[in-house]
Design a protein around this ligand. Structure first.
Ligand code: GLC
Length: 476
């Protein structure tokens, strides 16, 4: 099957969040399946262009209209021996190549409309007629609309898939954007119009052959206003598939992770305790105690539940525990957490940094991983934590609910500790249950951590689910 993947980020080239991890692993996993030919598109951002380790070759260029604008489109291809997976970069200095930013510019709507249209033009130029055109989040949403609107004759059999990784960002624009920038036939105006403005995610939801999201629970939640950021009405009318993400177990593997001094596995868990000691030394935490280390590696943003942590912080410190937080984000949280660390030297360490190697050492050295998110489409950190033998304590929402069934002391089933409503006391209650098991029954605790390590979180299963979906679509 010929599959074209379109997104605004993919590790290791460019990554700001979980989407980048998914776009690194999913295309690669699909390319391993016999008979598949996959190409992945990305904007040629300045940071990719200037990265000397990313070797590319020039494929071609042409000029393209975006409404009344005439723009240059360059196509570059990653030099690679993997013939079944080609990575293409869309080059344009005005929109991408000469700017330091990935997102957040005043003209993001126009930048990504340009990108989406250019991807279709590039597919045509390359004569790659995809069976499946799979677009991710609003930045790539317009690609499938341009496919339908302008390339129907060239690729009449192409089926389109749109995946929502986070409904919060939808690509809103002024009503004039339709005529002024998008330059589409009038019949698409209705699909793209929402509350008197343009909403690119809504357009893709309505035009795509299939809409998916990154967990089953999130697919249900998206039908409610609390989660859907105004798109609940549209999403109630749409058949939504939930496919839970995996993690790249070749990148996140405690047995081979180069950031760790001591590598370990479920069979040799002792290595994990060396990592705990090393982490304490690295972060200046006391080593003369048996306290569990509770950790968070996260963007310090409201919806990640940092407010719950701040609210219970003083009571939490009455317990015999140590706390590690790594991340950057909103100033009020950076300030509150840094003050907490100052008040409790040797017990709390807060690192205001985005540091993947340190993150690895935290996943390896901690005992418990906190993820009290208000909403979480899928979440990857809880999967990485479990894979490193760190037991998750999570809010029962979205992908957290699907991947962390609650631990049951009677039967020994379950993977972690959960709380139902977004409430700080309930969060503390879940922490207390975890800390209780840790102190009262270490054998059970260690068995739980070991079982978590043994779960298969690789992309093999989700990739097979996507293949099934693609196949059904193609045969329709
Ligand atoms: C977004 C979501 C996160 C998900 C990721 C990859 O970042 O917020 O929950 O894991 O996309 O799908």
């Amino acid at each position: 099957m010929k599959i074209a993947m379109v997104a605004s980020e993919a590790a290791p080239f460019v990554k700001t969040g979980g989407l980048g991890d998914v776009m690194q692993a999913l295309p690669a996993e699909l390319a391993k399946i016999k008979g598949n030919e996959v190409c992945l598109f990305l904007p040629y951002y300045k940071k990719i262009k200037q990265n000397p380790t990313i070797e590319v070759e020039y494929v071609g260029s042409f000029s393209m209209e975006l409404s009344w604008r005439e723009s240059y489109v360059g196509i570059f291809r990653l030099k690679s021996r993997k013939k079944k997976l080609q990575v293409y970069f869309i080059d344009n200095d005005y929109y991408f190549g000469a700017r330091g930013s990935v997102y957040g510019d005043f003209d993001d709507g126009e930048r990504f409309a340009y990108y989406s249209k250019a991807v279709m033009a590039a597919l045509y130029y390359l004569d790659f007629k995809p069976d499946i055109l799979h677009c991710h989040d609003w930045q790539a949403a317009m690609t499938l609309i341009y496919c339908r609107a302008l390339y129907g004759q060239w690729c009449p059999y192409t089926k389109t898939v749109f995946t929502i990784h986070n409904v919060e960002y939808q690509g809103w624009a002024d009503a004039s954007f339709f005529g002024n920038t998008l330059g589409l036939p009038e019949e698409y105006l209705g699909h793209l119009t929402f509350d008197g403005a343009i909403n690119m995610m809504k357009g893709a939801i309505e035009v795509a052959d299939i809409v998916t999201t990154v967990s089953k629970t999130y697919a249900d939640e998206l039908r409610y206003p609390y989660y859907a950021h105004r798109l609940d009405g549209v999403l109630r009318e749409t058949w939504l598939w939930g496919i839970t993400n995996g993690i790249d177990t070749t990148v996140f593997d405690p047995e081979t992770d180069p950031a760790l001094k001591t590598n370990y596995s479920a069979k040799k868990m002792e290595g994990k305790w060396d990592n705990k000691l090393e982490l304490r030394k690295e972060l200046g935490l006391r080593t003369d105690t048996d306290a569990p280390i509770l950790a968070m590696v996260t963007r310090l943003a409201g919806h990640k539940g940092i407010d719950l942590l701040c609210y219970i912080a003083n009571r939490l410190m009455e317990r015999e525990i140590q706390l590690v937080v790594v991340g950057t984000g909103e100033k009020q949280y950076e300030y509150a957490l840094s003050s907490l660390a100052k008040q409790h030297p040797g017990r709390v360490s807060v690192q205001l940094a985005f540091d993947p190697a340190l993150a690895s050492r935290v996943y390896a050295g901690a005992d418990m991983y906190l993820m009290p998110s208000k909403s979480e489409p899928c979440g990857l950190s809880q999967l990485i934590a479990m894979h490193y033998g760190t037991v998750p304590i999570v809010a029962c929402t979205g992908g957290l609910r699907d991947t962390v069934p609650p631990y049951n002391g009677e039967t020994g089933e379950g993977r972690g500790f959960t709380f139902q409503s977004y409430n700080a006391d309930d969060f503390l209650g879940a922490i207390d249950r975890a800390v209780g098991l840790y102190y009262n029954d270490r054998e059970q605790w260690n068995a739980l951590a070991k079982r978590d390590m043994e779960i298969d979180f690789s992309w093999r299963v989700p990739a097979a689910e996507y293949m099934q979906l693609y196949t059904e679509l193609r045969n329709k």
